[in-house]
Design a protein around this ligand. Structure first.
Ligand code: AMP
Length: 283
């Protein structure tokens, strides 16, 4: 595995591979890799000839007072995991190269970013789409893989890729969970043992909704109040949002249909956890 930090070296290297006719798979991350990231890499390996992983803690997607300065990092461990998984190129750019002095260009997807995390984290998606567009221009992938754990992010990236005619196939991958159902996240490390136990309330709430739905309840407000009740049982948990939305438009729905997704963001202590579930699928 080659590790490259320099942007133009990376761009030239990827261009040369494309010219040889090799299909490039790309997985962008902020590092501190877990099984969720590794599932994306395994699928990327299957779908391309050259597997590229980027690790970049992107400052423009963090708001004021968020965890940019303490975001967990362990590059030696990540590099070993990437090597073991068959990553060919690991791209680790510097912040000052991605956003040099005078940087002034941002990509903004309208509409889809107004609701959910967009309402809770102003500017977050502008940072995500900007860095993903830049990374796509550097790596020039044929296919890029993203997790459905960040459901809104995936929808926003699909929209951007389509709207800007970027020649990249976007693949959404299932959520990988811990044995007790907590969605894996680099941020789970912030949780104390007791908070970690409380974090299971998110999947419990999803299961409650699913059960009620199977018994014929499809009123969104009723199902949402079930989630609120379950999360409310945990002493350190506070809800950012619980919504039932259309999977494509991310608009709120009054009744659950085959296109509905339940999305939740919950703070446990100061750690923000997100989760979601397509309500037509089994938990
Ligand atoms: P991050 O490093 O948190 O920016 O995540 C990088 C990619 O991994 C994104 O596409 C995430 O959606 C995906 N990802 C993070 N956690 C999970 C998970 N538990 N299951 C599947 N994909 C995930």
């Amino acid at each position: 595995m080659e590790i490259i930090s320099d942007i133009s070296t990376m761009q030239q290297r990827c261009l040369a591979e494309r010219r040889k006719g090799r299909r490039i798979s790309f997985v962008p991350t902020m590092g501190y890799l877990h099984q969720g990231h590794l599932s994306l890499l395994s699928e990327g390996k299957r779908r391309g000839d050259l597997l590229v992983l980027s690790i970049f803690v992107n400052p423009t997607q963090f708001g004021q007072g968020e965890d940019l300065d303490k975001y967990p990092q362990d590059m030696p461990r990540d590099a070993q995991l990437a090597r073991d998984l068959g990553v060919d190129l690991l791209f680790t750019p510097n912040k000052q190269d991605i956003y040099p002095v005078g940087y002034a260009t941002y990509v903004n997807v309208e509409g889809l970013t107004d609701n959910l995390c967009g309402a809770n984290r102003p500017g977050h998606f502008r940072g995500v789409t900007t860095v993903v567009a830049k990374l796509f221009n550097i790596v020039q992938p044929d296919v890029a893989l993203f997790g459905r754990k960040d459901f809104q992010q995936l929808a926003v990236i699909r929209r951007m890729t389509c709207d800007l005619n970027l020649p990249v196939e976007i693949v959404g991958m299932p959520i990988v969970r811990e044995a007790d159902g907590l969605a894996m996240s680099s941020r789970n490390i912030y949780l104390s043992a007791d908070q970690r136990r409380q974090g299971v309330a998110l999947i419990d709430a999803i299961r409650l909704v699913k059960k009620e739905l199977n018994q014929g309840q499809s009123d969104a407000a009723t199902l949402i109040s079930l989630v609120e009740g379950r999360i409310g049982q945990e002493p350190e948990a506070s809800i950012d949002y619980v919504q039932i939305c259309h999977a494509d438009t991310l608009q709120d729905m009054d009744r659950v249909t085959g296109d509905s997704v339940l999305l939740l963001a919950v703070k446990v202590g100061s750690t923000r956890l997100i989760d979601n579930h397509y309500l037509c699928e089994e938990v």
